[in-house]
Design a protein around this ligand. Sequence first.
Ligand code: PMV
Length: 286
Amino acid sequence: MATWSAPGKVFLFGEHAVVYGKPGIAMAIKPRVFVTVRKSKRPARAKSPYIDGCFEAMGVVGSVYINSQIPSSSGLGSSAAVTVATLSAINDEFALNKSREDIANMAFEIEKTVQKGRASPTDTTVSTYGGIVLITGSSRRRLPPQNMHLVIGDSLVSHSTAKMVEQVAELKKTNPGIVDPILDAIEGVGLAAIHHLSNPKELGRYMNMNHALLEAMGVGHPQLSRLVLASRSAGAFGAKITGAGGGGCMVALCAKPVRHRVAQAIQSCDARAIVTGLDTEGARKE
Ligand code: PMV
């Protein structure tokens, strides 16, 4: 029997733009998924296409038990974390000797297949390696770890990443003169932010700019705007949509003493708040 866990993630900068080869900055966060795999003669009852994909990719048969602390379909990377933790546990239980890089690549292929080609390697990379990661096209670079105090607001409004990605693609096609400069500006914000990762006040300002640019591309939602404004009013340095938008989550960057005030402000808007920070560890054996 082998148990492995893998972290969720938030986008700090560059969601949507990353689909067009612009830089995206994402980081691993504390809620984790725990997966236990055990050798067995009979295959596990299909729990999800991600898990089926993991056993198929590894060419083995076993049973699986999942315990997730990450809300699903909220943009916090739960499917990537399940996939990475399941592959890691299978690798351990069956002594298959796959490297971390193998696991990251296999997880990305499984996500791509299940999501019909609509996945960037962001979630699977961050979940496998942990830390803060800069993704540009096919290149992935770990950025120096920072002690950030984050509050995530889950709007509890359901959304579809594929639909939001398609909506931006459509807007870009019909209005390239507007959308292309917005994508360039998101790139500018992300590149500038890299130099201020240890300065939360500055970083918060860049997050606010990134949020405005996402709103301009139509991926906002009234409930997300409420949570972003409530967080800023409660003293956050900055707050923005994280992930695909149209629902799902926002993230606020705070000083340590105000994070619970920000969480309360989010909860008083009928949303769920998660106080969290960087998880420097990726997939790990439990
Ligand atoms: O909602 P999430 O966390 O799956 O993020 C989607 C981010 C996009 O840039 C919109 C798409 C992607 O695959 O990078």
